[in-house]
Design a protein around this ligand. Structure first.
Ligand code: ZN
Ligand code: ZN
Length: 180
């Protein structure tokens, strides 16, 4: 769905839409949408800025930072966003910094005739996700030696030291002790 400034200038848009699996590209192999993304929102033109206000709900699958198993994450977020026309012949980053200094209002920019709602939603989903996903607070992760998932099995490694050189040193010492 494209939010066109010329259309928004005529009337406020009420949006109720479900995005099917895979219809939003998160540009990341570690984020997989596993339920339709439901959005209820309004879009309007306010003093030359596109305002998008509403909420979204979906479910995504992330990868546990410790054991690399999939983790399902419910996403529910409300938003009230303003998009100003991208100023011509001016530095975008400078403008953005100025804006951030002014106030905390979330503001973005649109180029040309408007912006895609999917891009707005993608950004909101990414903002709602934790920086690091963990499958369970006591996830034991993978053994740094053999790669076994320690939530499911005890591996045969003698130590879970992160440095494999330490592990082989420990083995050498044990062998030496046995010989004494
Ligand atoms: Zn885990
Ligand atoms: Zn191991």
């Amino acid at each position: 769905m494209f939010l066109d400034v010329k259309e928004l200038a005529v009337r406020k848009l009420r949006i109720h839409k479900a995005y099917a699996l895979g219809s939003i590209d998160f540009h990341s192999a570690e984020i997989k949408q596993i339920e339709p993304l439901e959005v209820t929102a309004t879009a309007e033109l306010l003093e030359g800025q596109i305002r998008v206000e509403g909420n979204l709900e979906t479910k995504v699958e992330l990868v546990c930072a410790r054991c690399l198993e999939p983790v399902a994450e419910e996403v529910s977020r409300s938003f009230d966003l303003f998009y100003a026309p991208l100023p011509k012949n001016s530095s975008l980053t400078k403008h953005r910094e100025d804006r951030l200094k002014d106030d905390d209002t979330e503001i973005g920019f649109y180029e040309g005739d408007g912006l895609f709602l999917a891009d707005v939603l993608k950004e909101q989903v990414l903002l709602a996700l934790p920086i690091k996903a963990i499958c369970q607070s006591n996830c034991r992760g993978l053994c740094p030696n053999c790669g076994a998932n320690l939530n499911h099995e005890e591996c045969r490694c003698e130590t879970h030291a992160t440095d494999p050189r330490l592990a082989s040193l420990a083995r050498l010492k044990q062998d030496w002790l046995k010989k004494q």
